[in-house]
Design a protein. Structure first.
Length: 346
């Protein structure tokens, strides 16, 4: 059951994110250009700093998210989202601090999971841009709208998922099974060269039936009027295909973040901050992707761990700190292995 204080905080958070997006789209990146590695690295650092700043807020003031003002409020929230916590009714401040810290660790874990899993989605985006022949100067424009759509989709999916989980907790087992399947499939397919046939894409086929697809790019325009008819440019079709790919990607990433927190607000915050940095991460990854050959393997291991965690949660509780340590260990190991020099084939 959501309370007024939660809606107020969520509304303020959405206004804050909207202001950042407007500033980013209309001021900072108003002029389309090819993003350099240095620029991508700088903006990646900015978005990560912003995400860490929000984690500091949760560490000291996380109770504001749920409007907790008494031990009764805290107990209600904790019983819904963290029933395993041992709260002390005689020490409200210590119990409140314990819940704040749990929120923070869960948020950071969710952020890292979303960032790591998004690597595979970024490779798909590269493939989509190549398949549609989108110019590098237009990458930013497409990604801006793609990120905006992703935020809306995540909002719907996360709070709908939280409502379903609160009524049917066995759904977590389904999520766990899906993640293990995804992890195994990704591992088996990790060395396959992915290609995309534009004409066979379901979005392209659906729009083709309308007869309103324009065959040529028109700068950064999504629509063009020809002979009195409004047509979709290839750039607009590209945005829709990217949104569709993110929709598929969300079926893995959102359940994965629910493995570290049942709090839909924490899941939403971690998702949003991870998504905000996706565009900068895309340009950075595009330039250095070949150097991190074991990153996809790390994603597979992470999916298997998260899936197993969700399947055994009724019998074995893996606490937030342990989960965070395992996530970090997988990331460090996969990146470290990637940086080792490759053996030359004889």
């Amino acid at each position: 059951m959501f309370h007024l204080s939660e809606f107020i905080f969520l509304g303020g958070f959405i206004v804050f994110i909207a202001a950042i997006l407007v500033l980013d789209m209309l001021v900072i990146d108003k002029k389309a250009h090819e993003v350099s590695i240095r620029e991508a690295g700088t903006w990646t650092a900015v978005w990560i700093t912003l995400a860490l700043a929000f984690s500091a807020f949760l560490w000291f003031k996380g109770d504001m998210v749920h409007g907790i003002s008494s031990f009764a409020d805290l107990k209600t929230v904790a019983s819904a989202y963290a029933p395993h916590l041992k709260l002390d009714p005689s020490d409200f401040e210590a119990s409140l601090q314990q819940y704040r810290h749990y929120m923070t660790i869960s948020y950071i874990s969710g952020y890292l999971i979303e960032k790591t899993l998004s690597v595979d989605n970024l490779f798909v985006m590269m493939m989509i841009f190549t398949a549609f022949g989108v110019g590098k100067n237009e990458y930013q424009h497409v990604l801006n709208w793609g990120i905006l759509g992703a935020i809306v989709l995540r909002f719907v999916f996360i709070f709908l998922g939280a409502a379903i989980i609160s009524r049917f907790d066995w759904v977590l087992l389904v999520f766990g099974g899906v993640l293990i399947y995804s992890g195994v499939k990704m591992f088996l397919d990790r060395n396959k060269k992915e290609e995309m046939d534009v004409q066979k894409n379901p979005i392209v086929r659906l729009l083709s039936k309308t007869g309103r697809i324009h065959t040529q790019f028109e700068g950064d325009r999504f629509f063009v009027r020809k002979a009195g008819r409004l047509l979709f440019t290839p750039l607009f079709v590209t945005v829709l295909v990217i949104e569709f790919s993110d929709l598929i990607f969300a079926f893995d990433s959102i359940p994965a973040v629910f493995s570290v927190s049942l709090d839909p607000y924490v899941v939403f915050f971690s998702n949003i901050f991870a998504i905000l940095g996706l565009r900068a991460m895309f340009f950075l990854l595009a330039a250095i992707a070949d150097r991190f050959r074991y990153l996809k393997t790390g994603v597979c291991v992470l999916l298997l761990f998260i899936g197993a965690k969700m399947l055994i949660h009724e019998w074995v509780e893996i606490d937030a700190v342990t989960s965070l340590c395992i996530i970090l260990a997988v990331l460090v190991a996969s990146i470290g292995a990637s940086l080792l020099p490759q053996r030359k084939k004889a």
